[in-house]
Design a protein around this ligand. Structure first.
Ligand SMILES: Nc1ncnc2c1ncn2[C@@H]1O[C@H](COP(=O)(O)OP(=O)(O)O)[C@@H](O)[C@H]1O
Ligand SMILES: [Mg+2]
Ligand SMILES: [Zn+2]
Length: 508
């Protein structure tokens, strides 16, 4: 009897429907599995055969054909074992049930246990979009799958349990998720902004940056707290929307980067790839065309500490994806696209020894050395940075200063500023000021005569490049938003001009 069982495959982050067709007929005993890449077929066949036998069922000595359709869809992963096994049981009459409304996903172990697979959230979201109401997944993936919402998720431990469920003998457990609870649990950290003493200007600049989603650069002597501040940025990032969280979770799931037991990536990611990391691990790709660090930072922060230490080819590899906010990785005949819309935070010392410009006069680097050292940041990367901050050395009196404001207080202000932006741009397909471009800047960053005169004289006296102009307007927009003002005033412009430290001091 020919039977059909539903499953899926993931391409990029999207789950597509796959149908397993099975037919057992009289003839020379054989087991043909078609529609999968060669190596996968061999392994899957052995697992399915052993799992069926070891679960107390029979794999009849008949002419068996199993086909995965559609043929032209590239199928990846080990999640086909379970649906193939179910198709075999149906086709051989051992399982008598209607499975039309189910989607099955899972790898089988030789003794019939069901093992976790990658990309489950994408698979289940795809199943839901295709109108399915029920999905059976490995129990370890069930929490993750339940994030898809609006589809019944059953978690199964072994093939025999799936059989009992379908036969109506013993129902599998349905997994539901309490999103509110997950978000709440995710919002506690063991670091806090209050630990940063002094550095008021730096703290303010970082707050403005996060409020508008602007890329931030911090330059200053070693020990001035650049890394310390960057590491605390996660504690003040605005809350993620459910859609954002689900998108990020899909990326982690496909990358196999979800910790076991983790369901939802409910806090904005903070990724800091080391400067010695390979280009593939940072931008993505490799044998399995997995997402890299820049995609794992999607909707969050990509922190590049000690920036001049990064190799030229790595910076070059990151440049275009960060510009496009997405990266396409190619493997064999297939290519996958992953989003990488992250806020970039860059930290660096002003020169090799770290003390260029420091009042201590310790620096012995030549002007040429300093230019060469900073050369790596100029051009393409600096072009993308809205907020350039100088980190002054920490004074003893700063460390004795009272604790700074807590992350909770800062985050509350940031959330309020982001809400204004979300509302304002609800019909523009953007979410924050940093994403404003061309005509949108004209529409939303209008300034009066006084403000334009101020900008003009800054350009004339400081010699800003044209790229600085729109960046200043966008940052001024954010500063006004942090005060809930629609109109941009001269104070906002002046502060925004102040965030062009590098342009002014090092590159003019
Ligand atoms: N403003 C500050 N308030 C409190 N501690 C600080 C501050 N700046 C630096 N520190 C201390 O000095 C250490 C080194 O700072 P770090 O952030 O690594 O400096 P940088 O990255 O600028 O070289 C921090 O871990 C922290 O203990
Ligand atoms: Mg550091
Ligand atoms: Zn130096």
């Amino acid at each position: 009897m020919i039977v059909k069982v539903n499953t899926g495959t993931v391409s990029g982050l999207v789950g597509y429907r796959v149908i397993v067709e099975a037919d057992f007929s009289n003839g020379l005993p054989s087991f043909d599995l078609v529609g999968l890449p060669d190596a996968t077929v061999r392994e899957s066949k052995e697992r399915v055969r052993a799992a069926i036998k070891n679960s107390g069922f029979e794999f009849p000595a008949k002419k068996a054909i199993v086909n995965l359709a559609p043929a032209d869809l590239k199928k990846e992963g080990t999640q086909f074992d379970l649906p193939i096994a179910v198709a075999v049981l149906l086709s051989t009459g051992q399982l008598k049930a209607n499975t039309d409304e189910y989607v099955f996903v899972g790898e089988l172990g030789l003794s019939g246990e069901i093992r976790a697979v990658n990309g489950v959230l994408s698979l289940v979201s795809g199943a839901k979009e295709n109108g399915f109401k029920k999905v059976i997944v490995p129990i370890e993936n069930a929490r993750e799958a339940s994030l898809a919402q609006g589809i019944d998720v059953y978690g199964a431990e072994c093939l025999a349990d799936v059989y009992s469920h379908l036969m109506g003998e013993k129902e599998l457990e349905i997994f539901k998720c309490d999103l509110e609870k997950i978000f709440k649990e995710a919002s506690s950290y063991d670091m806090d902004f209050s630990e940063v003493r002094g550095q008021t200007a730096l703290r303010r600049g970082v707050e403005i940056g996060v409020s508008g989603g602007h890329n931030i650069l911090m330059i200053g002597t070693p020990g001035s707290g650049k890394s310390m501040i960057a590491q605390r940025i996660p504690t003040i990032l605005p809350d993620m929307t459910i859609d954002e969280a689900i998108e990020v979770t899909k990326i982690y799931s496909v990358a196999g980067a979800l910790d076991s037991g983790m369901r939802l990536v409910a806090r904005r990611p903070f990724r800091s790839p080391h400067h010695s990391a390979s280009a593939v691990s940072v931008v993505g790709g490799g044998a399995k065309a997995k997402p890299g660090e820049i995609s794992l930072a999607h909707n969050g922060v990509l922190f590049l500490d000690e920036f001049p230490e990064y190799k030229k080819d790595l910076i070059e590899a990151m440049r275009q994806p960060l510009e496009d906010k997405k990266i396409t990785v190619t493997r064999a005949a297939a290519s996958y696209t992953y989003p990488c819309n992250a806020m970039l935070v860059v930290a660096l010392n002003p020169c090799k020894c770290g003390f260029y410009g420091d009042p201590s006069g310790k620096c012995r680097c030549s002007e040429t050395d300093v230019r060469k050292y900073l050369g790596k940041i100029s051009g393409p990367i600096l072009d993308r940075i809205d907020i350039q901050l100088e980190a002054a050395s920490v004074k003893y009196s700063d460390l004795k200063a009272p604790k700074g404001e807590s992350s909770e207080v800062v985050k509350e202000r940031i959330n309020a500023a982001r809400k204004i932006q979300l509302m304002r741009y609800r019909n523009e397909k953007i979410t924050c000021n940093a994403q404003l471009t061309g005509s949108l800047i004209e529409k939303y960053c209008q300034i009066g005569i006084e403000e334009s005169e101020m900008l003009k004289s800054a350009f004339d006296s400081i010699g800003f490049t044209a790229r600085a102009y729109t960046r200043i307007l966008k940052v001024a927009r954010t500063i006004a938003d942090t005060e809930g003002r629609e109109k941009i005033n001269t104070m906002d412009i002046a502060e925004a001009i102040g965030y062009r430290n590098l342009d002014r001091k090092y590159f003019t």
